[in-house]
Design a protein around this ligand. Structure first.
Ligand code: BEZ
Length: 408
């Protein structure tokens, strides 16, 4: 695997694929520091970072949060990571596998970035996985929860600062088994990898009856009425849901408008009521309980500082997506700060990422597993409540620390 990756880099250098970067469609360049492409003000070579994010479609707001989280870390650290001035090149993935794969190729082969981060959708993560397996560039996923991303085979150059789809949903399922034992669930989620894996994680831990598993088409469903009718007609007495971005706004509002909110308690993965969409969801979101590893209401000093800096910089509430991307910047900073990595030495870069140790995140400290490079972290049960005059995800219970792939 290592030899394959190294020979690929030599190949790319040999044919000189750089160039035509700024004019490549779908690419947005954003200079994070005053440094030029090869040398920063302090004489250290510029580190080019590729940011793979959706800039249009259902998940566009998540992509924006991830850009802002990464930028905030840079701004707080003089525009440098590991002592090297940074240039960020953003590339549009939508939530479409082929678009994501083309964007990844452009970042690596034309923009010649030394590290890639981002990726919101599990479908995009699965589509770029094989490319990065053969690429001589580390990939740090800062959202997509795709369970199988770094397994079978494990990929030495793939890391993740976010979660696996199974992690929060398994925690939720276990909590439900202990606290909602008499209920019969319907599960509903978009029809793509993340939706399927979230429902599976929940149902494995729940262990009880699931009256219906419903998967509306992803990205094209605006009207959830037919699916809400299906829930109503099933034997369900409670509902577990995973939706994110614009779909989560529509689903939560229509669940309430349809009259299900009074009858069937709704729980879900925390993205359902993420803080970036919560005010828009409004009162229909009140009382919804979800499981996740983050909420801006987490009571620790680092988080309070992060939430207030984020709000000052962007006039917005910090979100899970922003935090995970902030932590990707932090992971690179710690890795390059601890080790002597020559520019362009991907092997040393990957080794440094592997040895980065504990990340002091706004979510609390966490570290990555040594095999699949995924976070081991606490998951919280959160409830949407009025907090200081605004809707917020208040912590109701610490569900404990979870491995990336918890076993039933
Ligand atoms: C995913 O596709 O993995 C995903 C997308 C949005 C929020 C959470 C997970």
């Amino acid at each position: 695997m290592k030899d394959q990756r190294l020979s690929r880099r030599r190949f790319l250098q040999g044919v000189g694929v750089a160039g035509a970067v700024a004019s490549a469609p779908g690419l947005l360049s954003a200079c994070a520091s005053g440094g030029g492409p090869t040398s920063g003000g302090g004489g250290r070579e510029t580190l080019r970072v590729g940011l793979l994010v959706p800039l249009s479609g259902t998940y566009a707001p998540l992509g924006k949060d991830m850009q802002q989280g990464f930028q905030l870390y840079l701004d707080q650290h003089g525009g440098s990571l590991g002592g090297r001035p940074v240039e960020v090149v953003s590339a549009e993935t939508e939530a479409t596998p082929e678009v994501g794969l083309r964007a990844a190729r452009r970042l690596v082969e034309e923009d010649r970035v030394e590290v890639v981060t981002g990726v919101v959708s599990s479908a995009v993560a699965y589509s770029v996985k094989d490319y990065f397996a053969g690429a001589d560039v580390p990939l740090i996923i800062s959202n997509a929860g795709a369970n199988e991303l770094n397994m079978d085979p494990t990929l030495p150059n793939v890391f993740r600062t976010s979660f696996t789809n199974r992690q929060p949903c398994f925690a939720l399922g276990r909590w439900a088994a202990q606290n909602m034992a008499g209920e019969t669930f319907a599960c509903i989620a978009p029809d793509y990898a993340a939706g399927k894996e979230d429902v599976e994680g929940f149902s494995d831990a729940w262990g009880g009856e699931i009256a219906a598993r419903i998967f509306p088409p992803f990205g094209t469903t605006g009207d959830y009425q037919p699916f809400l009718s299906e829930i109503r007609q099933s034997a369900a007495t409670a509902v577990m849901a995973f939706f994110a971005g614009g779909e989560a706004i529509n689903f939560v509002q229509q669940y309430s408008d349809f009259g299900l909110k009074e009858d069937l308690p709704l729980i879900g993965a925390g993205f359902l009521t993420d803080d970036g969409i919560l005010q828009e969801q409004g009162n229909p979101a009140l009382g919804i309980r979800t499981a996740l590893h983050y909420t801006p209401l987490l009571d620790n000093e680092r988080n309070q500082e992060f939430v207030s800096s984020y709000s000052e910089a962007y006039d917005a509430t910090a979100t899970t997506y922003a935090t995970q991307s902030y932590d990707a910047a932090q992971l690179i900073d710690v890795a390059l700060g601890n080790a002597d990595v020559e520019p362009g030495d991907a092997e040393a870069f990957v080794a440094a990422l592997e040895q980065a140790g504990t990340i002091a995140s706004p979510r609390g400290e966490f570290s990555l597993t040594s095999d699949i490079h995924d976070p081991v972290q606490p998951v919280y049960l959160r409830e949407v409540q009025q907090v200081d005059g605004e809707l917020g995800n208040a912590v109701v219970e610490d569900l404990g620390e979870f491995q990336p792939i918890p076993e039933a």
